[in-house]
Design a protein around this ligand. Structure first.
Ligand SMILES: Cc1cc2nc3c(=O)[nH]c(=O)nc-3n(C[C@H](O)[C@H](O)[C@H](O)COP(=O)(O)OP(=O)(O)OC[C@H]3O[C@@H](n4cnc5c(N)ncnc54)[C@H](O)[C@@H]3O)c2cc1C
Length: 805
């Protein structure tokens, strides 16, 4: 065994082997995989190994398509059979909502050249004569769908990696991982230790135990999962071809051909956790006792769909463990608090995603950043707040509703609340309906007396649409008070505060005390990894405000810039709270509560002051994400209720009241403001987002060289605004856009109804050749064309008169 390596991958399941393979493909030959037993010894060996392509997330679709196309290449490259069967998959919609979901996915597939399209019932019956299509509203066909042999695929990745120089050591359990002062690691095993640059945790079922060796907790918990295989079914035995698999997600089971019988699996409501406290180290190729009763309902629905199954006996039952994160997506990426420690764990559809996750893991380590925005899979989306109880309740919910549609704007209740502010109870009393943002409960909207406090979910406009409109109009016509406590806040203090911020961010920091600036943070590929408002509070003190959900994500970048002596960076997100008071009467409202002169000459746009509002010490900054006249007030969390009460009371005179974040979304879209995580991401260059003007080329900043390499490139896509003819559903994000003659033109990044301007709106990325004044498009809301028109200016206050009033 070598003693030095560029990377040591821990775990020889399908994921670890794919990461190893892709590291070598990107040029790192000096890599080692350590496996405590035989390869495939975790969840991998007993998987049903179905493969699917289309996903609600476009980037996951991309990496699943890459994976589905890779398996045959892998076979050809390595000579190792992968047992690939790709007879296609049929996706069935029993409900209107499922039909919307599938149509939307088909429209995306058309935009991105993926094969997933509608077929008629005759065609479906020809493809799968055993399915009873009664009650099915629409059918999609995915020709690349099918299944693989789990062991074959894992060994093929291993063979491909070995052929490019990687070492694989079986029966070599990792017993310790110890960080070294220079950021490298010592990985210990009973057979010796390896000094390595990177450690990769791909330990699947044992990811928690391996993470603990490095002193970290991963929010993961295993569950049981069952499928069964039937005896031979004569109708299948009589066929000379393989049947497509069936994704009848409303029936809550999966079904495909196995041998001359069928394989059916289910995510049952009455689910079972396993090894909650820790996966036993000695657990080998064991399975759990079968319990088909638990999945009986799902089974009966499968039999109703494929009646030929009724007469077939059950040949084999597999009840094995798999390990889940709180949202069933991977815990992916470098652990922010550790140097060179990569996690690729918690993967549920490992066979649909192994190739893509392996490729993006390798890109992240070798090239510094993956090519796609992976925030939804980045483990930094969870913080320490995602503890055991939260993880367990979320996993229960995820498992039991695995095939339920995840609607846009849906807020799942399981495991909440986890983090609340002092104003929570008061907001609840006022009718607030809450959402979850990086663990915090924050008001989405406020139900009036007599209105339901539970929101409905769906692709179409829901019961919150009218109350949110009421709030948005109140703010635009009078004023509104928005709780912005869930924004991330940082205090940078000390003699080197200015130079640290200048070294981190692309804009130049304000010289004068009381001034604010907006600044992008540049990622490793030159894209926009963040956007911040930075305010100079004093000569040596700055307040930086950014995206709340990205706090841990951004900490990776902060750690890259050394702190000058005597300078500190402190998160104030927990210790402070905040409100945005905005709208044409915001000044009048606030002036009732403060002695500070709020007139524009005394307090212009993008200025700040430490002041008291209703006796509460605040940092007041004249900015508002609503695009209206407004101030952000940041105060100690302990003063939140006192300040809120005072603002609400003073607001009564002006007809102002509380406004939630759904209305904020509508207001900022009306104004054309992009938001990090939706419109801004490291995948896009500043010139594509209209943020290039904020970059100062005459100073150094983090990843400047990466930005310089792309700065002169013409935009690949451009962030624009669209007005859409929509009456029952607004765009929500990621809807594909086509030209009127059917060519792909781009996609929506954020959508909302603009209540003040009376238009359904979207921020969207368009390909440059599709952009022309007044150009018209079709936006695939609900998967069906909705006519849209390019706007040359945001419909609300394009000249910024309200903002600067
Ligand atoms: C019943 C069932 C059906 C499934 N069906 C499908 C399906 O149809 N399609 C699909 O895509 N997915 C399916 N899955 C999920 C799939 O199996 C997983 O996504 C996948 O196997 C995860 O692979 P992994 O490499 O992350 O983890 P694992 O397979 O758990 O591999 C982790 C490896 O790490 C090793 N290891 C652990 N600790 C150490 C250590 N300290 N030192 C060295 N090595 C260590 C283990 O021995 C193990 O080999 C199914 C799962 C189950 C349980």
């Amino acid at each position: 065994m070598k003693t030095h390596a560029q990377a040591v991958v821990i775990g020889g399941g399908v994921i670890g082997c794919s990461i190893l393979y892709h590291l070598t493909k990107l040029g790192w030959a000096d890599v080692v995989l350590l496996e405590r037993s035989e390869l495939t010894s975790g969840s991998t060996w007993h998987a049903a190994a179905n493969i699917h392509g289309l996903h609600d997330s476009t980037n996951i679709s991309r990496l699943q398509y890459y994976t589905m196309r890779l398996y045959r290449e892998l076979e050809a490259e390595t000579g190792q059979g992968c047992g690939v069967f790709q007879p296609g998959s049929l996706y069935l919609a029993q409900t209107e909502a499922r039909e919307h979901q599938l149509r939307l996915q088909a429209a995306k597939a058309r935009l991105y050249n993926m094969e997933f399209y509608e077929i008629g019932r005759d065609e479906a019956e020809r493809l799968h004569p055993l399915v009873d299509f009664t009650g099915i509203r629409c059918i999609m066909y995915e020709p690349l769908g099918g299944c693989v042999d789990p062991s074959g695929v894992t060994h093929a990745y291993a063979a491909g990696a070995r052929a490019r120089g990687a070492e694989i050591h079986r029966f070599t359990p990792v017993t310790a991982t110890t960080p070294q002062p220079d950021g490298s690691w010592i990985v210990e095993t009973p057979n010796g230790s390896i000094h390595t640059q990177w450690v990769v945790n791909a330990a699947g079922l044992w990811a928690r135990e391996v993470a603990r060796m490095a002193g970290i907790e991963l929010p993961l918990i295993p569950t049981e999962h069952q499928y069964f295989v039937t005896e031979t079914i004569p109708e299948i035995a009589a066929l000379d071809r393989r049947l497509p698999s069936v994704a009848d997600r409303d029936g809550e089971y999966y079904l495909r051909q196995e041998g001359k019988g069928l394989l059916v699996g289910a995510y049952e409501r009455d689910m079972r956790f396993w090894a909650e406290e820790g996966t036993p180290l000695g657990f080998g190729h064991e399975l759990f006792p079968d319990d088909l009763e638990r999945i009986e309902e799902n089974m009966m629905r499968a039999i109703a769909r494929v009646p030929a199954m009724e007469r077939a006996g059950v040949k084999r039952v597999i009840n094995g463990p798999m390990i889940w994160s709180p949202d069933a997506a991977a815990l992916f990426g470098p652990v922010p608090e550790l140097k060179n420690y990569f996690s690729c764990t918690g993967i549920i559809p490992g066979f649909s995603q192994s190739g893509g996750l392996g490729l993006l893991s390798a890109q992240w380590m070798v090239e510094g950043e993956p090519q796609y925005d992976m925030f939804g899979w980045d483990l930094a989306r969870f913080g320490a707040w995602a503890g055991k109880a939260f993880t367990k309740e979320r996993v229960r919910d995820q498992y039991a509703h695995r095939f339920k549609i995840h609607f846009p704007n849906e807020e799942r209740a399981a495991g909440r609340p986890v983090r609340t502010r002092p104003a929570y109870a008061m907001q609840k009393e006022m009718g607030a309906v809450f959402g979850l943002n990086y663990g915090w409960e924050h008001p989405l909207w406020f139900a009036a007396a007599g209105e339901p406090r539970e929101e409905t979910i769906g692709f179409e406009r829901q019961n919150w649409w009218a109350p949110v409109g009421r709030e948005a109009r109140m703010l635009r016509e009078r004023a509104g008070i928005i709780d912005i406590s869930n924004f991330a806040r940082y205090r940078i203090a000390g003699p080197g505060a200015e130079s640290w911020l200048n070294a981190l961010l692309a804009n130049r920091m304000p010289k004068a005390v009381g001034r604010s600036c907006l600044s992008p943070l540049i990622g490793k590929r030159g894209g926009v990894a963040g956007d911040f408002t930075v305010t100079r509070l004093s000569e040596e003190e700055f307040l930086m405000v950014g995206s709340g959900m990205a706090e841990r994500y951004h900490s990776r970048f902060f750690r890259e810039v050394p702190l000058p002596p005597g300078t500190t960076v402190e998160s104030l997100t927990e210790s402070m709270a905040g409100f945005n008071v905005a709208g044409p009467r915001a000044r009048d409202l606030l002036q009732r509560l403060t002695n500070a002169d709020l007139t524009t000459p005394a307090f212009p746009f993008m200025r700040s002051a430490r002041t008291e509002v209703a006796g509460v010490p605040c940092i007041a900054i004249r900015v508002s994400f609503t695009g209206d006249l407004g101030w952000e007030l940041h105060c100690a969390e302990a003063d939140q209720v006192r300040l809120y009460e005072a603002l609400l009371e003073a607001g009564q005179e002006f007809g102002a009241g509380p406004v939630g974040s759904r209305a904020l979304m509508s207001l900022r879209v009306e104004k054309g403001y992009g938001s990090w995580g939706r419109d801004y991401s490291p995948e896009y260059w500043p010139q594509e987002l209209g943020l290039d003007g904020l970059i100062k080329p005459d100073k150094e900043f983090l990843n400047k060289a990466a930005w310089q390499a792309i700065a002169a490139n013409p935009p690949r896509e451009k962030l624009v605004m669209l007005e859409i003819e929509a009456t029952v559903a607004d765009a929500t994000g990621n809807e594909p856009i086509f030209t009127l003659d059917g060519r792909g033109a781009g996609r929506v990044s954020s959508g909302a109804y603009g209540y003040h301007v009376g238009k359904s709106l979207a921020l969207a990325f368009l390909y440059p050749d599709a952009i022309a004044p007044g150009a018209e498009f079709d936006v695939a809301i609900l998967g069906r064309p909705h006519r849209a028109r390019l706007l040359d200016r945001p419909p609300f206050d394009p000249d910024g008169l309200r903002l600067r009033a």
